[in-house]
Design a protein around this ligand. Structure first.
Ligand code: ATP
Ligand code: MG
Length: 444
């Protein structure tokens, strides 16, 4: 892709309305455009990144046996009246009337909708477990939308729902999602820590929030540092190993402020292991048993002829928030260098030819390199503008492709001036560069 033809409206300076670095960068390089408070359009660069994140989330849901569906954004108030949440949800719910004067709403979450789908289709324990998920826009009329897409009113979420015959089986489903979340965030190059959390308006008793550390985060967290050393992703989807995996995490104190108990924290965590800091919630999982299945009458036939309400859990990931969360984690705002992990980078590599009016040979060379890269499925952004070297580098550092080739005096002959963004340059052949990028791609 040629930069001159791409829709990447870059601003010279940080927009003053943005308070945190993710919001600043997203506006600065034109990833998003505000439409109204807490509501954004996604422009090509931002949209490409979000779609890559979405795809990783999807693959990791599929790997634990979850099945993708798509529920609507607009829901009928009827099912919310059945569950009792139509009143409880309060002003965050955007309520709409259709032309027949029927009460509709823009879904803030989908427990009711999915329970309605389940109850009208499945009747026997033999169909269980069922793990269903969708990736869909949500609307919550947040009292204070802020930090760009981090706390939007409209946002993109993956929400999954599990249906099981007993508590024991439901915990197994819960643990599958727990594992899939660890794997998902790892592929996004994030360290997300599961923390015991309150269940809030979703209700229930077992819940974890997945939080990445960031000074600008809105969640206050209290942890035992040793939890950061855990790495339990290579395990089988088997009941006992999953149970043990969760135990390994739960052995360390790690909670958000709603669950914080100072006395306990100081009793169980030695002083050198205590960490009190802030973080961004990127995922949240809940187990709530029959909280919705009971009032909504979603039951299954059990082996002995009895019936019971199905046991449910729900599992959210903030797909659009993750774009900002990765920036918070990876953007070096003093040097103004963004390092997207290759797994979600808008482009794999930037080609930066030094061009002047009389000599376009560097651009020709870039275009030839690109032809070779395309054969290997490597997606490049070519800066074909005639700006000076330092402003080209500045722009490409903000856009943040993980690799760069600078095509100037030093990229003579077969050896190219190559660098991993923010690192020292190396002189390498194109074949070697392709090999490095492909190897990195395959490791994800
Ligand atoms: P928060 O505590 O941040 O308000 P929540 O507990 O209300 O979030 P959930 O209902 O658990 O959120 O939603 C699942 C995920 O959706 C969250 O972990 C978060 O990543 C994302 N999310 C929630 N609200 C927003 C929002 N207003 N804007 C962007 N993402 C959001
Ligand atoms: Mg939450």
């Amino acid at each position: 892709m040629l930069l001159s033809k791409s829709f990447v409206p870059i601003l010279k300076n940080n927009p003053s309305e943005a308070k945190i670095k993710s919001h600043q960068l997203m506006l600065r390089v034109g990833m998003i455009k505000q439409a109204s408070a807490g509501i954004y359009s996604w422009l090509p660069l931002g949209f490409k990144i979000m779609k890559k994140i979405e795809e990783i989330v999807r693959q990791e849901q599929n790997k634990i046996g979850a099945q993708e569906i798509l529920m609507p954004t607009i829901q009928s108030s009827e099912i919310w009246k059945e569950s009792g949440r139509y009143e409880d949800y309060g002003e965050e719910m955007l309520r709409i009337k259709d032309r027949q004067n029927r009460e509709m709403l823009y879904g803030p979450t989908n427990e009711e909708q999915v329970t309605e789908i389940f109850r009208s289709s499945l009747k026997s324990y033999k169909s269980l477990p069922q793990l269903l998920y969708h990736i869909q826009w949500k609307f919550r009329d947040e009292i204070r939308p802020r930090f760009g897409i981090m706390r939007g009113r409209e946002f993109y979420m993956k929400d999954a729902y599990s249906f099981d015959v007993s508590d024991e089986e439901a915990f197994y489903s819960y643990n599958k999602f727990f594992l899939s979340y660890l794997r998902t965030f790892k592929r996004l190059a994030l360290t997300a820590i599961p923390m015991a959390a309150d269940t809030g308006p979703i209700g229930g008793n077992l819940s974890h929030e997945f939080i990445i550390l960031a000074e600008t985060g809105e969640s206050k967290i209290f942890t035992d540092k040793r939890i950061f050393e855990l790495n339990n992703h290579d395990i089988e989807l088997e009941k006992n190993s999953l149970q043990q995996m969760r135990k390994k995490y739960e052995q360390y104190y790690s909670v958000t402020d709603e669950k914080f108990d100072k006395e306990e924290f100081e009793k169980v965590v030695s002083e050198e292991n205590r960490l009190i800091t802030k973080g961004i919630e990127v995922g949240h999982i809940f187990y709530f048993g029959d909280k919705y299945s009971k009032p909504m009458g979603a039951s299954v036939d059990l082996p002995g002829g009895k019936k019971d309400f199905v046991k449910m859990g729900s599992y959210g990931i903030g797909v659009s928030r993750l774009v900002g969360a990765i920036i918070e984690a990876k953007f070096d705002d003093s040097d103004e260098i963004m390092k997207w992990p290759l797994s979600v980078a808008p482009y794999d590599i930037s080609l930066i030819p030094m061009i002047n009016k009389n000599d376009t040979s560097a651009l020709d060379k870039a275009i030839n390199i690109n032809k070779e890269l395309i054969k290997h499925n490597i997606d490049a952004l070519i800066d074909d503008t005639e700006e000076n070297f330092s402003s080209k580098i500045k722009k490409m550092n903000l856009i943040g492709s993980p690799y760069q080739i600078i095509i100037g005096k030093k990229s003579d002959g077969d050896l190219l001036e190559f660098k991993e963004i923010g690192e020292a340059t190396q002189n390498l052949s194109l074949n070697k560069i392709i090999e490095i990028i492909k190897k990195q791609k395959n490791s994800n």
